[in-house]
Design a protein. Structure first.
Length: 432
């Protein structure tokens, strides 16, 4: 029996069903269906990673290190091998004598070696209490302070790192422009209004709001690199008199009242235990009648409780301490803080399209020759990080497409005592 045959047999024992992927082992042997993508095990070290850390984290470490790869369509491979690459379903996990036999066979294939060290980019060891200001600052910088050129390579010229708003046949740049404009119209921005952008990234919403709607805008981020680039963009656009960028925790903002607050893709970093504090803080910073636009990824309410925290791969390599809550939890916390929730729009399919566009940008950069003026993605970061991002974005696109997670824009108002929300009676006028 070849190494590929033995690997397939092991995988099928773990999954409790046939493995719908062809396998190519480190010795060149292959086994499995001839059509479709190929799961490539470049080094038996991949098996040692899985042996010492079974499930999603072991597989992710093998992927990031380059010990495990996919030849062919990555999306199709992830769909076919979800149980193998992420987490063997609990009801199918080997037990008793079957577990012992599986472990013995994997040990024989992997070799009796100590566990390989995790590849670079993994968050190893957290400092401080979960979602303390110090720890949040460090985890945000792990994700964002990796080089603005790398993000430009992935996100494109818009530098918007949240779900775009697509129309048929539109480009990523147009879709991101339309999302920014949709946010501004939902917030009913007027010249002279004060806008706070919580988690402002590279300043794209601030630039659009100040340049198109004439607002006075403040953006806060914990990323020094984001802030530096945002300030440069603001100066180049001639908007330094209207836009201020701060490296500041949202919990330290104390210069309200604001007429409007936008939070786009930031609340996933807040943590479920801190969410009421987050909602209270934003409510206190708004004037009576002010609006909040909260744009946030949500998990499904019937998922396992562990889904409040992101899976081992994403928590270690992408978003340390990230947490997803059901949209109902978000709405409840906003209401408890005193907001009146007036509109909720799901953009689930839009995020899948956005992620596929980002993956396309990254793959194009990876394939691009390292020429002056057009550096490849690996030159802008490192091979491990490029592999992390390709896997995380492709898997996330599938999660949105299959309704495993969603994303929602919630429009809420700090309705004054008079009861007048200031919203239109029957129509969503931001659609016009």
């Amino acid at each position: 029996m070849t190494a590929a045959d033995r690997v397939r047999a092991l995988a099928e024992t773990a999954l409790g069903s046939a493995l719908p992927l062809r396998v190519r082992a480190w010795d060149g042997s292959e086994a499995g269906p001839p059509e479709g993508p190929v799961l490539v095990i470049r080094h038996r070290r991949a098996l040692r990673r899985l042996l010492w850390r079974p499930g999603e984290l072991g597989a992710a470490r093998a992927w990031v290190a380059g010990d495990l790869d996919v030849e062919g369509d990555l999306y199709e491979a992830l769909e076919r091998a979800t149980g193998l690459l992420w987490l063997v379903p609990e009801e199918h996990a080997p037990r008793g004598s079957r577990l012992a036999a599986t472990a013995r066979e994997m040990l024989a294939l992997a070799g009796p070696m100590p566990p390989p060290p995790p590849p670079p980019e993994e968050v190893r060891g957290h400092f401080g209490a979960r979602h303390s200001k110090l720890r949040d600052r460090r985890t945000i910088r792990h994700h964002y302070d990796v080089g603005n050129d790398f993000y430009r390579c992935v996100l494109g010229p818009s530098m918007v790192y949240s779900c775009a708003y697509w129309t048929d046949g539109g480009t990523l740049e147009q879709a991101q422009h339309d999302k920014l404009d949709l946010v501004c119209r939902k917030l009913a921005l007027q010249p002279g209004d004060r806008l706070l952008d919580v988690g402002c990234g590279w300043g794209s919403l601030l630039l659009h709001a100040a340049g198109t709607y004439g607002v006075r805008a403040t953006g806060v981020t914990l990323s020094r690199e984001q802030a530096a680039m945002a300030r440069k963009r603001v100066a180049e656009a001639g908007l330094a008199d209207k836009v201020e960028i701060r490296v500041q925790d949202y919990r330290d903002v104390d210069d309200g009242p604001y007429d409007a607050i936008a939070s786009l893709g930031m609340a996933e970093h807040v943590g479920s235990d801190q969410y009421r504090l987050y909602a209270d803080q934003l409510h206190a910073l708004l004037r009576p009648g002010g609006r909040l636009l909260n744009h946030q990824i949500a998990r499904r309410p019937h998922a396992r409780e562990r889904a409040y925290r992101l899976n081992g791969f994403i928590d270690r390599y992408v978003f340390p301490d990230g947490e997803l809550s059901p949209v109902g939890h978000t709405v409840s916390m906003l209401e408890q803080a005193g907001f009146e929730v007036r509109d909720l729009e799901s953009l689930r399919e839009h995020y899948a399209l956005t992620l596929r566009a980002w993956v396309g940008n990254l793959e194009a950069a990876l394939a691009r020759p390292a020429a002056p003026g057009a550096p490849g993605a690996v030159r802008l970061t490192n091979p491990g990080r490029a592999r992390v991002w390709r896997l995380y974005m492709a898997a996330s696109a599938l999660s949105f497409e299959r309704n495993r997670i969603g994303v929602n824009q919630v429009l809420a108002v700090r309705t004054p005592s008079s009861g007048s929300s200031g919203l239109p009676l029957r129509t969503r006028d931001w659609r016009s």
